[in-house]
Design a protein around this ligand. Structure first.
Ligand SMILES: Nc1ncnc2c1ncn2[C@@H]1O[C@H](COP(=O)(O)OP(=O)(O)OP(=O)(O)O)[C@@H](O)[C@H]1O
Ligand SMILES: [Mg+2]
Length: 206
């Protein structure tokens, strides 16, 4: 079982979008996936409750489930969505349980500042210092060829964590959130352009 933690203390940065999509991707590849919603807002859980029954199955793990307990259920992937404001002991504990940490951020000054503080905290953790988990960033709502993307690249220069993908701003994500779906549940005519932007993420996770 691999554990992916999706986290950034900044609210609205795209955590639930990344977590639900990672779950949808592995489910579409016939992997056994569990989504563990650690956010009291329950966005990932309500998304899953809206998921139509005929789409690839995503199971759930109760908030607070530990690594050992999750392992007994023989999932291939355990994906943890985390709340805004995550810090301190709770963050340390979730980081300790993860194999991969994905950090979404948008190219706005507010997001960049908050993400810097978050990454500074993450860098201090033993598991990260000892490279026991892989950490990567995903730029949300940005086209790789724009000035905003360039500014984000400049901001991240000097950080030790790679920026592995840019996901463009599109209503497709908003519709998927509403319908309990992911890009990977859509026909090629609606999903293909965005599947390509996900390739570096799925490759990094594998
Ligand atoms: N690439 C995108 N294009 C358009 N809309 C997006 C994109 N990514 C995310 N969104 C939308 O932005 C909003 C915030 O995203 P999301 O809920 O994933 O953030 P979050 O970090 O989980 O927020 P919170 O901190 O409140 O849990 C949602 O309405 C989502 O549908
Ligand atoms: Mg969320």
């Amino acid at each position: 079982m691999h554990t992916l933690l999706v986290a950034n203390a900044k609210g609205g940065s795209g955590k639930t979008t990344l977590a639900t999509h990672a779950a949808g991707f592995f489910a579409s590849r016939r992997q056994r996936v569990a989504l563990q919603d650690e956010d009291p807002q329950r966005s990932a859980s309500s998304w899953l409750a809206r998921r139509p029954p005929l789409f690839p199955k995503i199971e759930t793990l109760k908030p607070g489930t530990g690594r050992r307990e999750a392992k007994e259920q023989e999932f291939n992937w355990r994906i943890i969505d985390s709340p805004a404001g995550l810090h301190g002991e709770r963050l340390r504990d979730l980081v300790k349980q993860a194999d991969n940490l994905l950090v979404p951020l948008s190219p706005s000054a507010f997001d960049m500042e908050a993400t810097q503080t978050f990454l500074d905290a993450v860098t201090e953790y033993k598991a990260v210092r000892e490279q026991k988990l892989a950490v990567a960033l995903v730029a949300m709502r940005v086209d790789a060829r724009t000035r905003s993307a360039q500014e984000l690249d400049e901001f991240l220069y000097g950080f030790e964590f790679p920026l592995i993908a840019h996901l463009r701003e599109t209503q497709v994500y908003v519709h998927c959130a509403r319908d309990g779906l992911t890009l990977f549940d859509l026909p090629p005519s609606r999903g293909k352009q965005d599947w390509e932007q996900w390739l570096p993420i799925t490759k990094w996770l594998k």
